[in-house]
Design a protein around this ligand. Sequence first.
Ligand code: HEM
Length: 460
Amino acid sequence: MALLESILFFRKAALRNDPPGPGRINSLRSIFGLKNDRIGPIVRLHEQYPDIALCRVGLQRLYFLNKPELIQECLLTRHKSMHKDPYYFFLKLILGNGLLTSEEDFHLKQRRMIQPAFHKERIPEYGRVMLEEADALSRGWKDGQELNMGTEMMQIALAIVGKTLFSSNVSHESARVAHALETILDQDQRYMAPWGGLLAKLPLPATLRFNRALQELDDVLYAMIEAHEKQGDMGDVLSMLLAAEDEDDGERMNRKQVRDEALTMFLAGHETTAIAMTWCWYCLSQNPAVLQKLQAEVDAVFGDRENITPEDYPKLPYTRAVVSETMRLYPPAYMMGREAIEDTMIGEYTVPKGSIVIVSPYVTQRDERYWPNATAFRPERWTDEDAALKRHKFAFFPFGGGKRLCVGEPFAWMEGVLVMARLVRDWTAELKPGFEVGYDPKVTLRPRDGMPMIVRKRVR
Ligand code: HEM
């Protein structure tokens, strides 16, 4: 039997048509680079193999897909043959079995229960919180002040997510949670290594630090859950999670599941939006003509009012175009991975079970074939309807796609548009002279050393 299996295996391998690529490489590091260069190597791979590339590390096969048609197959058409990649082992240690890390029927069931928290009718309420927080931030800035825009945007995104998810009376805990998360996320490289599973079990100082931070998260989250259970509906996402019932069996989530989902939302919902807004400030500082046009749109919508309302959101198409163009060039989730759970096809190629498939919005969204003059920051691309119609849906996918499309996408758009509109009404920001912008890509595309900027009050 074993002999027959071996013969079949080698026959299949012989018949397999492999895509081009650098072939066998010594370690993943030569693709993903050292700690601070996860971008350069995938960009270089794309330059050499524009559509698809295959690399082999030992027995592990890694497929890099760059062409929108192939990305669509991975995320949408063939999604049933794909699970999240092994990197999610690290996220699972933190998030448990939440929406981001769960699979198959359980994921679908959870998605059905959570989706209503992001329905159209709930989003304007979140919009009010976003505008209040932007107003408070704007009032705190001083003309000529130097600040780290990365920190500022992280603080506002945390406050927004804290209030909308857990209600204002518990949002002071957000800072504690954020600190614990920082300690945990710093260890991603360690747990991504092949021996990551073993490290998680050994009582090493870094593992103990990791576990303490995880315990801290649990303390905060379970206290919040308990407060919500006592107080009843507080009109926030946590209340919805506690009340949600599965439409088929009427089952509710247990406390551990509510903890996993709440933490997933917290993590997925603040870091990404904060990073998008930070890059947006950077792009505006480099493109004064765009900033002028943006401020003209915002001024017209504000009129004489002190603040706008969430209902003004559709009246800000250029602001949305600026946010879109920022996320094209600097997608916060710059890379997504899947593991084939069975033999499957991508394009004309057989992808065997166990292969890793990687797609990168950063790479595809800078591909000249789909984005002429790709590195130029041109929000006008988004107001040209003809160009948008001609573009492949998966030439722009900062929120992923298919069944695993970001559940918080409408929330994120509203936050980016409203917060940026409120802030640029009163402020412009220039990059600190001499500062060199770089990447610190971890789970997300963080700018290295934040983004030191000098803010100037607008004279209107
Ligand atoms: C600019 C902001 C955001 C970006 C760029 C972003 C990006 C993404 C991406 C790319 C995925 C799919 C990952 C994959 O397929 O492997 C995802 C999933 C997810 N995001 Fe977001 N996200 C953003 C904001 C948010 C917000 C505000 C929330 C919640 C409040 C959120 C919650 C989630 C959750 C729960 C998932 C898992 C969905 C599932 O698998 O069913 N995200 N996000």
